[in-house]
Design a binder for this molecule. Structure first.
Ligand code: GN1
Ligand code: MG
Length: 357
């Protein structure tokens, strides 16, 4: 079936194979191999339930990648290139109403599910710092592809509704887990109110910066670019740092069933912040610096809330691999959050030290 879809696109060579790729939780992704000597491609079926406006989202991606291309040395490797359909469109909508998009595969690159060295974490920080800097002068309006994505006030509205509805009848067994969220509600809102009142500025940001969404050069292991630009929109730069810290610093897996594996590795944290600040030190305002360490706690907390809320809703948002997967993810992310809270003083101290260097 995907072979037919690829026929709708204007590709450089004949398609040889189409195979599933990666561990994305939202879209379905495939690698499309073409004949010898021609560019390979990534094919994606965009989740149009989660992204209600795929055409506008594709337009965001086209504008952002074009902007990056106009500013970098190697426009073919430092961001991806969308393939157009034979009609010149950015996506193909099939008979079932599914939206398909394709972009070129960048050869000699590697992705990671987990950071295996502080050097890689440093590179990850450089990558997102650079991504934000390249887009600092981007001035076209971007569509909000998912409403209130990292807005905890909006998330609490969804959360309160999910609990009231109790769609899967699971709330009665989740007293402890729900208290993890409730006991920190005010603190998280206090942070977000600083974004709302403009104390913390907003910029064009990536918003889904976990390590598997970053491409590294396969040989040098230097960062190349951020992929998965579905959620590029206006937010605080801190959310990109927070989401990255959530993945680069975790000594376990995001869904580790063995909680003993999960904690925040402070050396990874330090390396990521060093990399990020090597790009952004001079452009951050004081409020951003003050909340840099907190961003890790904020996004990890938000992720606990989102996984638990999906479990309460009956697992409708995230793809799951087993019964109770969202609850396993909730517990693992909560363990990580507690580990960050325990090390929070050290985390803030590290930011200060790097800023004063
Ligand atoms: C999703 O799209 P993907 O798999 O990179 C999610 C992120 C979550 C992440 C958790 C659009 O990321 O927000 O942090 O899973 N993306 C969306 O792993 O909801
Ligand atoms: Mg995504």
């Amino acid at each position: 079936m995907e072979l037919k879809i690829t026929d709708k696109f204007d590709l450089a060579g004949a398609v040889v194979s189409v195979k599933p790729l990666g561990e994305g939780f939202i879209n379905d992704t495939f690698i499309v191999k073409t004949e010898e000597g021609c560019t390979d491609y990534i094919l994606q079926c965009k989740n149009h339930i989660i992204f209600p406006n795929v055409p506008e989202m594709m337009n965001n991606i086209e504008m952002v990648t074009s902007h990056i291309k106009s500013k970098v040395k190697d426009p073919i490797r430092e961001t991806f290139t969308l393939a157009k359909t034979i009609d010149g469109a950015l996506y193909f909508k099939d008979e079932d109403g599914k939206f398909w998009a394709m972009f070129t595969f960048i050869p000699n690159t590697i992705t990671y599910e987990r950071a295996d060295s502080t050097a890689l974490a440093y590179q990850g920080g450089v990558g997102i710092g650079r991504f934000q800097s390249l887009l600092a002068d981007f001035d076209k309006p971007l569509v909000e592809t998912i409403k209130g994505f990292h807005n905890i006030r909006w998330r609490f509205q969804q959360w309160d509704e999910a609990i009231a509805q109790d769609a899967a009848g699971r709330v009665k067994d989740l007293t402890e887990e729900i208290s993890w969220i409730e006991s920190r509600r005010e603190k998280m809102l206090e942070f977000w109110s600083k974004v709302e009142d403009g104390t913390i500025p907003t910029h064009v940001t990536h918003n889904d910066t976990k390590i598997s969404n970053i491409l590294f050069d396969a040989e040098t292991k230097d960062v190349l670019c951020a992929i998965d630009l579905d959620t590029v929109m206006s937010s605080t730069s801190l959310n990109d740092v927070g989401d990255a810290l959530r993945s680069y610093t975790n000594t376990g897996a995001e869904d580790d069933a063995n909680l003993d594996n999960v904690s925040m590795d402070i050396a990874m944290y330090k390396a990521y912040i060093e990399g990020y600040l090597s790009e952004k030190k001079d452009s951050l305002v004081q409020s951003e610096i003050d909340y840099l360490a907190f961003s890790g706690l904020y996004i990890t907390y938000e992720q606990v809330l989102r996984f638990l809320m999906d479990y309460i809703d009956g697992d409708k948002y995230y793809k799951t691999k087993c019964d109770g997967h969202n609850l396993i993810r909730t517990k693992a992310q909560y363990k990580l959050l507690c580990s960050m809270e325990e090390q929070y003083d050290e985390m803030t101290q590290i930011v200060k030290e790097i800023m004063n260097k």
